[in-house]
Design a protein around this ligand. Structure first.
Ligand code: ADP
Ligand code: MG
Length: 258
């Protein structure tokens, strides 16, 4: 049974249909890459999965372990095991990365079934150190104020650290909005490679074909015009690396433009 199952999803923003019949199934342990030209609705998909209120789901469903998440608020989706990189405020002056993570972790523990005790300061420090080692992050970074003055790469690194500490069932990692940032792509890919495991399914979203030099996804999907139009493995990855998206536009571009 697919564990994160997106069925015939249609999403509108301000009355404009952006996602138009998208299907995607992800199991724990799998890494999926969703790639496609700019403007095809990749970020819209990510926001819709997390329940952003501006993204109206007009048709279809999103199931987590067989149960629809559509009625859940974003924080409830997060506690149900979904992780979206940009679900957190952009910057919180006065709150360190470490404090932020401890608060997030404790919120998760409080809402666990059955509820778990708060993590002790000592235990948290050990956990943070272990996670930072795993993704080769300097321990001192935990003392910085969250996202304050962070470079694009540092923001991505912090996201990967959140992922490592919170251990969600499914993570959706969308590219930075700051456009082409090879550093960010590399950081996310290396993080995902390090954290990959049987308990977590990951979806990495980008328009940047060279991600495939860094990330070895189990599945590659091409998104175009609000749908996934091609899915495959190495062969599709190679095709994208060699030929970009031109063939995708040629093959799918003329049909039913919105
Ligand atoms: P991608 O991430 O693939 O580059 P997006 O999901 O950001 O694509 O955008 C898909 C389409 O939705 C684009 O045509 C974009 O202009 C439109 N869009 C995105 N956000 C909004 C919004 N807030 N209001 C109206 N249209 C939007
Ligand atoms: Mg985008």
């Amino acid at each position: 049974m697919p564990e994160l199952d997106i069925q015939n999803l249609h999403v509108s923003i301000e009355g404009n249909a952006i996602i138009r019949g998208l299907n995607l199934s992800v199991r724990r342990g799998e890494v999926h890459a969703i790639m496609g030209p700019n403007g095809t609705g990749k970020s819209t998909l990510a926001y819709a999965i997390m329940g952003h209120p501006n993204y109206e789901i007009t048709q279809g469903d999103i199931l987590l372990d067989g149960k629809s998440v559509l009625e859940l608020a974003p924080d409830e989706r997060s506690r149900a095991g979904l992780f979206l990189a940009f679900q957190y405020p952009v910057s919180i002056p006065g709150v360190t990365v470490a404090n932020f993570l401890r608060t997030a972790l404790n919120a998760k523990r409080r809402h666990a079934d059955p509820p778990q005790e708060e993590i002790s300061v000592l235990e948290f420090r050990k956990l943070l150190k272990a996670k930072m080692d795993l993704i080769e992050m300097e321990y001192a970074f935990g003392g910085r104020y969250l996202n304050e003055g962070f470079s694009g790469g540092e923001k991505k690194r912090t996201e990967v650290l959140q992922l490592a500490a919170l251990e969600p069932s499914f993570a959706i990692l969308d590219e930075t909005d700051s456009g082409l940032d090879i550093d960010a792509i590399r950081i996310v890919s290396e993080g995902v490679n390090a954290l990959k495991g049987p308990k977590m399914g990951v979806v990495v979203i980008t328009h940047y074909q060279r991600i495939l030099n860094y990330l070895q996804p189990d599945f590659v999907h091409v998104m175009f015009d609000g749908r996934i139009v091609e899915s495959g493995g190495d062969k599709l990855a190679l095709q994208l690396e060699e030929h970009g998206y031109d063939w995708v536009r040629e093959k799918y571009g003329q049909t039913d433009a919105a």
